[in-house]
Design a protein around this ligand. Structure first.
Ligand SMILES: [Fe+2]
Length: 238
């Protein structure tokens, strides 16, 4: 990462230098800011240079962030106190990290599954991946509504998630299913705990999200996945 940023730096400087004369040409007051908008009104034959150079690599000299992770703002008037919002955001970020992890585990297993149940598990895992992706978005947007900052990137999610690290290796279908069921159960246990807490605090929106979307979806997926590891005869009753 650092090496690519370094590699990009000289390119940015070179681009800036190349763009400089054009910017100067279009700046009457010499304040360094482009007045391309004012010049664009001239006739078609005008030589007025319009600076269309995108301002690249601004992250390399970024100002302080608009909001730091872990803080909760009171910008939106939604009738909830600061402590209530802060507690809900903490719980929701835990659910978000675990749901992102479970979502990605479904895609891993969708790609890597083998065996006699390949076709149905391949399709089922992808269906559950899509449903978990909907939950991820719903949780993250609830965090933003509450004034928090949603955890998002893989390295941060990995640090926060309570689901044990899944190996890179390809695993047998029953092992895949067991990992998924364990992930679901961790999320569901937290859901039951958090639903009570946010209900007591009066955060009805978060309670509704947890009960109506997270609990219902995860329980349904547990059913569909768990039935694949029942040792049931395929052709002849025992
Ligand atoms: Fe696919």
């Amino acid at each position: 990462m650092a090496s690519s940023a370094k590699a990009a730096a000289p390119k940015s400087t070179a681009t800036k230098k190349a763009a400089a004369p054009a910017a100067k040409k279009s700046t009457a007051g010499g304040n360094g800011k482009s007045t391309a908008g004012a010049n664009s009104g001239k006739g078609a034959g005008s030589n007025a240079a319009v600076d269309i150079q995108p301002r690249l690599n601004q992250q390399q000299n970024a100002p302080s962030p608009t909001q730091r992770y872990g803080t909760v703002s009171q910008r939106l008037p939604i009738g909830l106190s600061e402590p209530t919002r802060r507690d809900s955001v903490t719980m929701l970020n835990q659910l978000l990290a675990d749901t992102i992890t479970l979502r990605d585990m479904y895609k891993k297993h969708h790609w890597q599954v083998v065996g006699p149940t390949f076709y149905q598990l391949h399709l089922l895992f992808d269906k559950h991946y899509e449903e978990q992706a909907v939950l991820v978005d719903a949780i993250a947007e609830r965090i933003q509504i509450l004034g928090g900052v949603a955890v998002a990137m893989a390295h941060d999610v990995a640090e926060l998630s309570s689901i044990p690290r899944v190996p890179r290796d390809r695993e047998e279908a029953p092992v895949q299913v067991s990992r998924l069921l364990d992930g679901h159960q961790r999320i569901l246990k937290n859901c039951h705990d958090y639903a009570d807490k946010v209900d007591e605090a009066g955060d009805d929106g978060t309670n509704d999200l947890i009960v109506s979307q997270l609990v219902r979806t995860n329980e349904m997926q547990v059913w569909f996945v768990a039935e694949h590891v029942v040792d049931s005869p395929l052709t002849q009753a025992e």
